[in-house]
Design a binder for this molecule. Structure first.
Ligand code: GSH
Length: 206
């Protein structure tokens, strides 16, 4: 059975949402970051990057990287319409997704939540956190403009929304930052989806 390698409060929750949208049976393999399980030789033998998400597929092959896993789930489940197939919709979805996984993710996780990845000097961590927060909030303002007059990031629900959800979860539920109005509206809409409710139950925030 397909297995999603998942850790609490990480970007893997976005893939969890997509697994629920797909609706096929799967296993969750919980990777405990507090025990650094992602860095064990056993985990790294499966995923040498030592990260989540990783998807172990039915044939045993492993797929990593949020964008790749999300695109693969969309393409192998066309009836779920998780990604537009017309060139413009396809490109706009990747554009929105990449801003989340390439920019907002790195700013929030590595700068705000993991300042030690940027400086070994603890005296600099508060400044890194403050700068990270500023940069994430500026990024959320960009998404806020993109969401003006729209329910979802690009037309209907897509893989870009599942990505945006995990950043909203970090910013709102974990960091407690106020979200810009359209982003808050998107976050609230996402929380009405059964897939997101399943994810929130798993996270213990249902
Ligand atoms: N580029 C990767 C990033 C994955 C990533 O950074 N995952 C974080 C959790 S949000 C992780 O596993 N961090 C573990 C660590 O750095 O030790 C992707 O898009 O999937």
């Amino acid at each position: 059975m397909t297995t999603l390698c998942y850790a609490k409060a990480t970007c893997a929750i976005g893939i969890h949402v997509l697994m629920e949208e797909v609706g096929k049976p799967y296993d969750l393999r919980i990777v405990d970051f507090s025990k650094a399980e992602q860095k064990t030789p056993e985990y790294k033998a499966m995923n040498p990057k030592g990260k989540v998400p990783a998807l172990i597929r039915d044939d045993g092959s492993v797929l990593t990287e949020f964008a790749a896993i999300a695109s693969w789930l969309a393409m192998t489940n066309p009836d779920k319409h998780l990604m537009p197939t017309d060139p413009e919709g396809f490109a706009r979805t990747l554009e929105a997704l990449d801003f989340v996984v390439g920019t907002l993710h790195m700013l929030s996780w590595r700068v705000f939540r993991r300042p030690d990845a940027y400086s070994a000097n603890p005296a600099e961590h508060d400044q890194l956190r403050a700068r990270g927060k500023e940069a994430v909030l500026a990024g959320l303002e960009i998404v806020n403009e993109q969401l003006a007059g729209k329910d979802y990031m690009v037309g209907d629900f897509s893989i870009a929304d599942a990505a945006m959800y995990y950043v909203e979860y970090w910013a709102s539920d974990i960091a407690g930052w106020p979200l810009p109005a359209n982003v808050q509206r998107h976050f609230d809409l996402m929380k009405t989806r059964p897939s997101v409710q399943a994810s929130r139950k798993q996270e213990g925030v249902a």
